[in-house]
Design a protein around this ligand. Structure first.
Ligand code: GLU
Length: 313
């Protein structure tokens, strides 16, 4: 029963619902196709549903027309979604409701610090950071704005409100990477939920939307693995279920970094079926698949069988 709840042997398990969540900052390239393909294969191998969510929450980074290009590429690659794509730009009310719950519970607080303020406060404590590193917020506005106007909204990261300076270790098991953990307090600190420019932060949007869409399995690129503890923590605070996670291998650019437009990723050309098949084969190799087939449909069927054998359950 496609997409049905597993009710065999008396145990009720939720139906599989997976997703691919591209940011419309450009066309799909060889790297983003790996995540798209893996999430589609995992959903199909589990006879689950596969959704597409357009993560256009960061308006200024979005590129006009990219959403239509990505959807056309997915269609040419035979990766068809089971529902109309959800657009994060339509979800502001849901993000606001989640923020208000966190504010009411004392977990979220307004912050008046600019990046410069954060750097200065860290320097004053003798903590020097490399220029472009993510800064671990020193907690300046935790107990009030000190007369500054509110800029961003942050999440207080601690195991309990009564234990403000205590490590918060989040452990999770990735289906490919195995046991993982991160001390959120020290590795990340109080992170942003709503930015100073009024835009919703990825962490809050992704958690609210994964829950709203009933996502049970997140399959995405390994560059996002270290966001997972922040997302699990937010799920717990908001009383939302935690999906299973599988982070796929990355395709690297010539500079050894994750392939991106900045280091030479070319938009996938899927205008001819032959090119779409080549793109799928290459993404399949990154995922360790030997699938065969002379057209997109046959190749995807072969890859689904192979995936099912590899990732049973
Ligand atoms: N929108 C994110 C990206 O394109 C993916 C988010 C996710 O899969 O959680 O990198």
């Amino acid at each position: 029963m496609a997409g049905g709840a597993g009710i065999g042997n008396g145990i009720h398990t939720p139906a599989y619902i997976g997703r691919f969540a591209p940011s419309p900052t450009g066309a799909l390239h060889a790297g983003s196709l790996v995540a798209a393909l893996a999430s589609w294969l995992d959903a199909r191998a589990h006879r689950g549903r596969w959704l597409v969510r357009i993560e256009d929450v960061d308006g200024p980074r979005c590129v006009a027309g990219a959403q239509a290009v990505i959807l056309a590429q997915l269609a040419a690659l035979g990766l068809h979604a089971d529902e109309t794509p959800l657009l994060q730009s339509t979800r502001g009310e849901a993000y606001q409701a989640a923020l208000e719950r966190l504010l009411a519970a004392g977990w979220a607080y307004p912050c008046g610090c600019s990046r410069q303020d954060v750097v200065r406060a860290l320097r004053a404590r003798g903590e020097v950071h490399p220029r472009h590193a993510e800064l671990v917020y020193p907690g300046t506005c935790r107990d009030g704005l000190h007369g500054k106007p509110a800029r961003a909204m942050r999440l207080r990261v601690a195991p309990a409100l009564s234990q403000p300076d205590t490590a918060l270790d989040i452990a999770w098991t990735d289906r490919r990477l195995g046991a993982q953990h991160q001390d959120l307090s020290h590795a990340v600190g109080d992170f942003v939920l709503k930015r100073a420019d009024g835009l919703w932060a990825y962490q809050l949007a992704v958690v609210v939307d994964d829950a709203a869409q009933g996502i049970t399995q997140v399959v995405r690129g390994a560059d996002l693995a270290d966001n997972t503890p922040r997302q699990i923590h937010l799920q717990r605070l908001l009383g939302l279920p935690t999906p299973a996670y599988l982070h796929t291998p990355l395709v690297l650019g010539a500079d050894g970094q994750k392939l991106s437009k900045q280091n030479g990723a070319l938009a996938l050309d899927t205008r001819e079926p032959r090119l779409a098949l080549t793109a799928l084969r290459e993404a399949g190799l990154v995922l360790g698949l030997q699938a065969s087939g002379n057209d997109v449909t046959a190749w995807l069927a072969s890859a689904t069988t192979e995936w099912r054998a590899r990732w049973p359950g």
